[in-house]
Design a protein around this ligand. Sequence first.
Ligand code: FE2
Ligand code: FE2
Length: 194
Amino acid sequence: MNVDEIRRELQSRLKKSRFAHSIGVADTAVKLAKKFGVDSEKAYIAGLLHDCAREFENDELPAQAEKRGIKIGEVEKNSPLLLHAYIGAKMISEIYGVNDSEISQAIYRHTVGAKNMSALDKIIYFADMIEPNRDYPGVDKLRELAETSNNLDEIILTAMNESIIFVTQKNSLLHPDTIDARNFLILNRKENKK
Ligand SMILES: [Fe+2]
Ligand SMILES: [Fe+2]
């Protein structure tokens, strides 16, 4: 499918607010991609498709994951919503014919992050948090950071810290990949300073 066809399919299948969110992430991802020298077409498509598996109900997600050979860990078993990222990463080729490993990886990693994230991974993770339809305490501070900082790692570390605080305040499980992602950012930052 081309971009117009992808947009139309999503509009017909996703609920209205989710479609608006997807467009918001795509547009925000393009802005960030231009700022940080990332392929903006990939950023747009990844943003558009990042939540393509988000319409499945919680009780459908494990079966949808298993069907695609996705391993369900302890944390995912407890928070099946996390599976939408992994399922989405596979669905983009199934439904839309998008066979791009960088886009797929960015979608896979958009919720919990991962060790050694690519610039595109970071952009989609962050765009998902700050797109214009998002409204939560602290979002404006993150949006401002996107304008003022030229350091994508600083931006993503700040965003990840916020996200970890949110998860721990809810007493929810923290995904080990999020800890890996954050540790990697900090260790790399220290290495750069040596
Ligand atoms: Fe998502
Ligand atoms: Fe999202």
